[in-house]
Write a protein of this length. Structure first.
Length: 488
């Protein structure tokens, strides 16, 4: 480029009076996305009629790309062109010919050449200064370009490297429960088209519904082909759509039936791919395993019974001990009987049949079982005087009798303990304490009165004395007390 010629060209433009002969062409910068290292960005025109020269200035992001050249379109070949790209982020160029030219609508008049600095999107915009963008007719008259926004339309360049990373997680679930599978994306930058296919095993999952979380214009079809979910869509945004890192694109809802299934991204050519703005270019996603991360759904580990035992109550009406032990599951296991829950699995309960439940941190329904606490038969015991006291001041025999309970008995009467229930030489007395214990020290007790007859009171008297010598008298014996009839 000849710098002196370019400066003179600018001076001539800015010095000319503004006499509007006609409207300027409508100039539009293109939108291009590329996975390469360089692009050619076209500028097209509408109503390019008898145009002889132009001075145009555009701006771009020098952190994304560098301008390397400006060239004319095929219909302007052989005409004059000068440009200045020395200032990063700015392009100024002038074009001239004689006589004026008319070219068809939507023709490419200029091409802007860029090389990549880094991945990203750079807008390419027109300078809005009054003399930065000017067209002249073949008669060197200014062409009207007001309002500015009706005549100059910006564009963009997108340098893309690779497709987004699309991820489904590993999920644990409870059989019969509804689960949600989030599909998250990373490096989702300037995406214009999405095509995804996720496969699963229908013996483990039933598709229910989907939610479009990010709002990308998608169609989600999980019903037409059992075992496959198709996710696809196209954005009309010329710059595509960009989302933050780890955005949830969609959520897929299933009913988990049990067992295990992979959540596998399937690529059969076009079933897993991303496109840049307006769908082009198709972004590099090889190797597939780097860009499409599979997941899995499987059941939570179920707690497994180790033992569920009960120690019977030692005595009738007493408490036994229940001990429940499970292994596995998720997190801490909780054991419940009735209203009591603990993490030890040990409970104290009276005799009965009990239903227990075991839960873990998964939130799945509990594992249940039953355990029985037993008890011995109740002790039935009695105490009686089996040989009463015959005479006042004598002794009796007392017998203690028992049934039920456990094992051999020990008998206690009036503080004396022995292995049989017969106690002799028991004097009369009241409220003698007695008890019977079995082998488990279960006890029945009571009191017993030992009675005796009253003492005999006796007298003898001559009730009819002898009246004459050698005669006879009457003697009478009298008694009270004792027991029963007397003998005299």
């Amino acid at each position: 480029m000849k710098k002196t010629t370019f400066i003179l060209f600018i001076l001539l433009f800015t010095a000319a009076p503004r006499i509007f002969a006609q409207d300027a062409p409508i100039s539009t910068v293109g939108n291009i996305a590329s996975t390469g290292t360089s692009v050619i960005l076209p500028i097209t025109v509408v109503d390019f009629n008898d145009v002889a020269s132009a001075l145009l200035t555009l701006h771009y992001n020098p952190a994304i790309m560098t301008a390397t050249e400006v060239t004319t379109g095929p219909l302007l070949m052989g005409t004059g062109l000068t440009y200045n790209i020395a200032t990063p982020g700015s392009i100024t160029f002038g074009w001239f010919t004689s006589p004026g030219m008319t070219i068809p609508d939507n023709s490419v008049v200029f091409n802007l050449h860029f090389t990549k600095v880094t991945s990203g999107v750079s807008p390419v915009t027109w300078d809005t200064d009054d003399y930065s963008n000017i067209y002249f007719s073949g008669l060197s008259a200014f062409l009207n370009d007001s309002p500015f926004s009706d005549f100059y339309f910006p564009g963009s360049v997108t340098f893309q490297d690779y497709a987004p990373t699309t991820v489904v997680p590993n999920i644990g679930a409870c059989p019969g429960s509804n689960i949600s599978v989030p599909v998250t994306v990373n490096n989702f930058n300037t995406i214009g088209s999405v095509s995804l296919r996720l496969d699963y095993n229908t013996s483990a999952l039933t598709y229910v519904s989907a939610v479009n979380n990010a709002g990308y214009p998608l169609t989600i079809n999980g019903t037409s082909t059992p075992g496959s979910v198709y996710i696809g869509g196209f954005s009309s945004n010329p710059n595509g759509v960009t989302y933050p890192f780890n955005t949830t694109l969609v959520t897929l809802n299933f009913t988990y039936l049990g067992g295990s299934t992979g959540l596998n991204w399937i690529d059969i050519g076009t079933s897993c791919e991303y496109g840049g703005p307006t769908g082009e270019p198709i972004l590099n996603d090889s190797p597939q395993s780097t860009y499409y991360i599979n997941g899995q759904v499987s059941g939570y580990p179920v707690p497994t019974l180790v033992s569920a035992t009960a120690t019977d109550a030692l005595c009738y009406g007493g408490n036994g001990t229940i001990t429940i032990a499970y292994t596995g599951g998720t997190g801490t296991l909780n054991y419940t009987i009735g209203s009591e829950t603990n993490t030890t699995g040990v409970f104290t309960r009276p005799a009965n049949i009990y239903t227990y439940s075991v839960t873990d941190a998964s939130g799945c329904p509990p594992v249940t079982g039953t355990v029985t606490v037993g008890e011995p038969a109740d002790i039935t015991a009695s105490a009686s005087v089996t040989t009463p006291i015959a005479c006042f001041g004598g002794s009796a025999t007392v017998t203690l009798v028992a049934s039920g309970g456990t094992g051999a008995y020990s008998y206690t009467f009036n503080g004396v303990t022995q292995s049989n229930g017969v106690f002799t030489n028991i004097p009369a007395g009241t409220a003698y304490a007695w008890s019977i214990r079995d082998a488990n020290l279960c006890e029945k007790s009571g009191t017993l009165n030992v009675t005796q007859p009253t003492d005999i009171a006796a007298s003898a008297s001559v009730t009819t004395p002898i009246s004459c010598f050698g005669g006879s008298a009457t003697v009478t014996l009298v008694a009270s007390g004792g027991t029963g009839a007397y003998s005299y």
